[in-house]
Design a protein around this ligand. Sequence first.
Ligand SMILES: Cc1ncc(COP(=O)(O)O)c(C=O)c1O
Length: 302
Amino acid sequence: MGLSLPHGGHLTHGWKVSYTGKFFNSVQYELDPATGRLDYNKIADLAKQHKPKIIISGSSAYPRAIDFKAFDEIAKSVGAFHVSDIAHIAGLVAGGAHQSPIPFADVVTTTTHKSLRGPRGGMILFKEQHAAAVNKAVFPGLQGGPHIHTISALAVCLGEALTPAFKAYAAQIVTNARKLAEKLMEYGFNLVSGGTDNHLILIDLRNKNLSGKPLAKALDRAHLECNYNSVPGDTAPPFNPSGLRLGTPATTTRGMKEPQMELIAGWIKTVAENIDNETVIKKVAGEVDALCKQFPVKESFV
Ligand SMILES: Cc1ncc(COP(=O)(O)O)c(C=O)c1O
């Protein structure tokens, strides 16, 4: 049982086109349509009804804090294992800006290249009693030789995650996302759940008469990177959905703070209002480049 893809879950949480949805009998939970948030009572009811063997917490496009303790209680109440996929928020968890699932989940999985800011890869963390099963599933079950170069880069990443500078980075990611969300709402953008508690913002563009793909492409031409994304209740197809997903880890890594988030929100508004006006879009691209020059990517951020 996992969060449905259009409601912010990941393909691998049992969505029908992924092998996790093809090989297994998968039940998907959804967000509360009124609040755009997880409804733990409904998830508990669904778990009682379907008795899943595994309940997955975690998401790809959910802008709110996740209560891992509540998920664990639900899993325990039906005898399920609780697997938590913190791919998106691992940096926030490591930096103390989001509740950690480690005390609550049987298994925690994460990618290492999102907010954790490491090399492309993944980690599986587990309670001792699952060691034999997980290790056997990885090797010889799924994986060949270890990628030593990635492991050494990951060691550097995890070393950085222990520093006070990383803690500050994690906190600033959330502060920046909140500021960006606040300004976007001021400009009349509808945000799923009405804001954010983490690193990401999901804009529902339906009130703007715009769809995600052309706006994401126009923002790309303005040198602002984001992705077009489905929103809960979306009737548009996934390849041209009604939403836009933004995140603050990259700009935060460059040292940008609240004043720069205000600029970015203003540029998003300008591009959204001038989606076919290449002169305006080019002007924004120049301003974005100038800002990035003031906040260059450095060799080390700690
Ligand atoms: C929750 C979650 N899990 C796993 C993944 C897999 O990450 P990747 O495709 O980068 O390996 C993603 C990526 O979007 C994700 O959001």
